[in-house]
Design a protein around this ligand. Sequence first.
Ligand SMILES: [Cu+2]
Length: 102
Amino acid sequence: MIAAAPPPARVQVVAREFSFALSRTTIPAGDAIVELVNDGEDSHDLRMQRVGGARVYAWPTVLPGRYADRAYRLLPGTYVLWCSLANHRELGMTAKLVVRRR
Ligand SMILES: [Cu+2]
């Protein structure tokens, strides 16, 4: 018998000038759908990296009023999020997401 995989965790990252607001700051490890929503007036993107990890997860640049979903399988850890456009990160577009063990 094959156990059903748990449904993916979901988190929404709302971008504005100049901040990110997360719908949840902790999700379980495994499959996750992270949705970047641009609620601002400028374009924004999203980059995410696990502390101690090498991979940088990337979302495309999203225009105002648009969104982009990406599905990834995430290991437990603390992830740093930021916008890579212009100097948005320095202006405050950074956040943390904790992925905990199931
Ligand atoms: Cu930005």
